[in-house]
Design a protein around this ligand. Structure first.
Ligand code: G4P
Length: 283
């Protein structure tokens, strides 16, 4: 499968982020917990050098909890602060506030030594499209927060959301671009819906997903679709089409409809809590 991205957007987004990052203490990076590495762009490590770093493993509600824990350990080991999250709910937000203070301890200490008291930590949210940036900002900031206007020393037009007395958030997230050097990355991002469906061959995609599920989550397809799993992905898809009444007008099986069904049920969590990328496969 071949994926394309748009270099024009990329360059502009990167330049914007370079500017914004100068203004902040902490980078809050969202990744998709189902594909935690493919949903990152490692360039953020260079852009966010010398900043405190927090990774939010978002959509953790859709991912396998055992793998969530393994990934959290993986990122912590690499020096990131990590929180698992469902950005649609307020549940994890208190934890995030305290982890932010922890992540910025050095900066707070430095301020104190210089006699600066109560200067809020400034943070920005970054991530690839569809990872949940806007959802997170809305949930975390809530309704009650006040937007603070332009301030001296801050680029004109920047809006900061005052979250509490300790934290301010840049109101527009930084959009990172996926890194498609490896075809697998494109595939994983397609599974989780981070690439526009018009760009995809849905049949090919569902066959790849079936293959991954057969290997890593045996029983899931059998249970959901009452199919025999121990056969080729094409045969499994054929049975799914039959069992789910995916047929064209003339009575012929409609593979594209069955493919869309499988992909949609995976994305919405109806196939269960599933992680596609595993820390044990990483170096
Ligand atoms: P973005 O700004 O990074 O592009 O992402 P955005 O917040 O628009 O979120 C993309 C989709 O992911 C939205 O669904 C949103 O509801 C969903 N989402 C965000 N965080 C989570 C999470 O932690 N768990 C789950 N399960 N879903 C999450 P949508 O279908 O595009 O919109 P909607 O129908 O939910 O409004």
């Amino acid at each position: 499968m071949h994926f394309q991205w748009y270099p024009g957007h990329m360059t502009k987004a990167k330049r914007q982020m370079q500017e914004d990052i100068k203004l902040i203490d902490l980078v809050i990076e969202l990744v998709d917990a189902r594909v935690p590495l493919s949903s990152r762009n490692p360039d953020i490590d260079e852009l966010g050098r010398q900043k405190a770093r927090l990774i939010l493993m978002n959509k953790a509600d859709l991912a396998d909890e055992e793998q969530n824990q393994a990934w959290a350990a993986y990122f912590k080991e690499k020096g990131f602060f990590v929180v698992k999250l469902d950005a649609r709910t307020k549940a994890g937000m208190k934890t995030i506030s305290s982890v932010i203070m922890d992540a910025c301890k050095e900066k707070i200490e430095r301020d104190r030594r210089r006699g600066i008291k109560n200067r809020p930590v400034r943070a920005m949210v970054v991530g690839i499209p569809n990872v949940g940036k806007s959802t997170f900002i809305n949930t975390y900031a809530g309704k009650a927060c006040a937007k603070t206007g332009n301030k001296p020393g801050v680029t004109k037009g920047k809006q900061w959301i005052r979250l509490n007395k300790n934290v301010e958030l840049l109101d527009t997230p930084g959009i990172l671009w996926p890194k498609f050097e490896d075809q697998r990355v494109g595939l994983y991002l397609a599974f989780v819906g981070s690439i526009k469906d018009e760009l995809l061959n849905i049949d090919e995609l569902s066959l790849e997903l079936i293959k991954i599920l057969q290997a890593n989550y045996p029983g899931v397809l059998a249970q959901r679709y009452e199919v025999v799993e121990e056969q080729t992905p094409a045969k499994v898809l054929q049975e799914i089409a039959g069992n789910r009444n995916c047929v064209k007008k003339g009575g012929e099986l409609d593979y594209s409809k069955a493919s869309a069904l499988v992909i949609d049920e995976f994305r919405s969590g109806r196939l269960g809590k599933i992680t596609l990328e595993f820390p044990r496969q990483q170096s």
